[in-house]
Write a protein that binds this ligand. Structure first.
Ligand code: PMP
Length: 311
C-alpha cells in the first residue's frame, strides 16, 4: 500500500480553540515530544452517499477509552467527555469533507519541563482530522508474518493505553514485515502466545468458533474487536472465545482476520508463507466484513446508535 500522506481538515482543535491547521503546532520543548508522554484515539467517520451524511462510528466508546486511559498517564485536562465528542463532530463539520474521515484526538503532556515522569506535569488536549479510505487491503487477504519483535508487556509500556511511545513497538514490527515483503506483522508476547497486529486485533476461526486473545494479552482492547464479537455472537450465532492463542494455531486454523478502526475487517490469507485455510478470505470473515460495513453505514437499525451523524 502506498504512503499515506495526511490530507487534513482545514481546522484543528488546539490549546482550547479551533484554529487553522497551520497554526496547530507543538513546541520542541514539549514534554510529550521529548518523552512520548501522550495518548490518542483513532476514530472513523463513514461517508454515506445516499444523503451526503458522515457517520462517526462508536464515538462515545472511543471517548470513553481515551478518558479512562488518562489515569494510566496521570492526566487531567479541562475538556470533559462531552466536550471531546463535540470537538470531534465539529472538526468534521468544519472540514466539509464528503468522504471517509479519520479523527485523531490526542491528550499530551504539554508542559515545557525536563525529566521523564507522569505526575505533576500539565496536560492538554488537541485533535485533528484527515480524509481516509482503506488503510489495508480488505478484499484479497493479507500476507502476514510473525514478527521477531515481541509485544510490549503491560507492565513495561501498556498497549491498552494507546500511548504515542508504544507505537515504536508497532513501527518496528510493521517495518520488519513490510521490508521482508509481507503486508502485516503479527506479534507474539514474551511467553510466546499471540498478541495482535501492529495496529489491529486478530481473530481466528477454528472449528466454527471465533477465538481472539484476551484483554490481558498485551493488546489494545479494540473497539472494532468489541463490535465484531457482538455482531458474531448476536447476529451470526457464533461462539466467541477469548483465550491465549499459540503461534502454530495460526497455521492450522480455518480463517484469520484483523480488526481495527483503520484495518476495519481485514482477512489474512497467509502467515509465515503458509496458507490460512485455502489461501483466500474465508466465509466467516467475509460475512462479518459485510455485516460490519452495513453497520457502519447506519444500515442496520439495531446498531444505528453506534453511528453519530455529523451534518
Ligand atoms: N491494536 C492496536 C495496537 C491498535 O493501534 C489498534 C488501532 N486503534 C487496534 C488494536 C484496534 O483498535 P480499534 O478497533 O479500537 O481501532
Amino acid at each position: 500500500m502506498a504512503k499515506r500522506i495526511i490530507d487534513p481538515g482545514k481546522f484543528a482543535y488546539f490549546e482550547g480553540n479551533y484554529v487553522p491547521i497551520e497554526q496547530a503546532n507543538v513546541s520542541i520543548l514539549t514534554h510529550s515530544f521529548n518523552y512520548g508522554t501522550a495518548l490518542f484515539e483513532g476514530i472513523r467517520g463513514y461517508y454515506r452517499q445516499d444523503d451526503g451524511q458522515i457517520l462517526i462510528f462508536r464515538l462515545q466508546e472511543h471517548v470513553e477509552r481515551l478518558v479512562r486511559n488518562f489515569n494510566i498517564l496521570c492526566m487531567d485536562i479541562p475538556e470533559t467527555r462531552e466536550d471531546i465528542a463535540r470537538i470531534c463532530v465539529e472538526l468534521v463539520k468544519r472540514s466539509g469533507f464528503k468522504e471517509g474521515v479519520y479523527i485523531r484526538p490526542i491528550a499530551y503532556k504539554s508542559e515545557r519541563s525536563l525529566g521523564p515522569k507522569l505526575h505533576d506535569v500539565e496536560s492538554s488536549f488537541c485533535c485533528w482530522i484527515m480524509k481516509l479510505g482503506d488503510y489495508v487491503d480488505i478484499s484479497a487477504g493479507l500476507d502476514c508474518c510473525v514478527t521477531s519483535w515481541r509485544r510490549l508487556p503491560d507492565n513495561a509500556i501498556p498497549s491498552r493505553a494507546k500511548t504515542v511511545g508504544s507505537y515504536i513497538n508497532s513501527s518496528l514490527a510493521s517495518s520488519e514485515a513490510k521490508q521482508n515483503g509481507f503486508d502485516e506483522a503479527i506479534f507474539l508476547r514474551e511467553d510466546g502466545t499471540v498478541s495482535e497486529g501492529s495496529a489491529m486485533n486478530l481473530f481466528m476461526v477454528i472449528d466454527g468458533k471465533l477465538v481472539t486473545s484476551p484483554p490481558t494479552a498485551d493488546i489494545l482492547v479494540g473497539i472494532t474487536r468489541n463490535t465484531v464479537m457482538e455482531l458474531a455472537s448476536k447476529e451470526l450465532g457464533l461462539t466467541v472465545v477469548e483465550r491465549p492463542i499459540a503461534r502454530t494455531e495460526l497455521y492450522v486454523c480455518d480463517e484469520l482476520f484483523f480488526t481495527g478502526t483503520g484495518a476495519q475487517v481485514a482477512p489474512v490469507r497467509s502467515v509465515d508463507r503458509r496458507n490460512v485455510g485455502n489461501g483466500e478470505p474465508g466465509a466467516v470473515s467475509k460475512k462479518l466484513q459485510d455485516l460490519y460495513f452495513r453497520v457502519v453505514q447506519g444500515a442496520v437499525p439495531k446498531y444505528a446508535h453506534w453511528c453519530t451523524p455529523v451534518y
